[in-house]
Ligand binder design. Sequence first.
Ligand code: SAH
Length: 222
Amino acid sequence: MATTMTDYAAEREAMVERHLKRRGITEKPIIDAFLAVPREAFVSPEYEHLAYGDHPLPIEAGQTISQPYIVALMIEAAAIKPGDSVLEVGAGSGYAAAVLGHVAGEVVAIERHDELARLAAERVAGLGLANVRIVQGDGMLGWPEGAPFDAILVAAGSVEVPPALVEQLRVGGRLVMPVGGRWAGQSLVKLTRQADGSLQREHLCEVRFVPLVAGAVPPIRT
Ligand code: SAH
């Protein structure tokens, strides 16, 4: 049987050009991070050939890997710099965490589904990203051991921002998260923690993320 080798590096470059650069993502560290992370390694083999479309794709446990443009927009909005300590809530496939690993100093990404957390940790380790840690737990509680964070990205939507996340944000820290109902539109918002403890709020765009759900999901025992 004849097989065609897919040139994923070329597809990756085309995705970055078409869906990131042409849509206004210009910061070189972010562009370089997207060029460095093989998105095809974060989906199951049946979806590999679709890895470079600018859309979410199904992953294990009924969840989705985020659309590259939205991941880029969130990283850009959070103004993540080298050396920053970043928390991601909703590690999912681990893709956004891997991209963050190229832009930030230290990354902790929490995932409530044990199966996803294990797979994401394997993928990130396979790429040699020693500054990215994937942990299983309830991200609504944040990750107190690592606080305070310079930036927190939440990859799942909720009607309100979990208070623990705000508490774990450094003064001047940025939290980017989809806020809104499960069925209604969600608004991607950026909250910046002020010195007096108040939050400056900015609306970025309308988005549609899977819901943020309280509680960790234990491993399925068979
Ligand atoms: N950033 C991911 C996108 C994953 S989708 C990627 O690049 O692939 C959002 C993820 O948030 C899902 O995997 C879902 O299981 C997870 N999630 C939802 N509520 C959560 C919570 N309270 N704590 C941790 N993870 C949560």
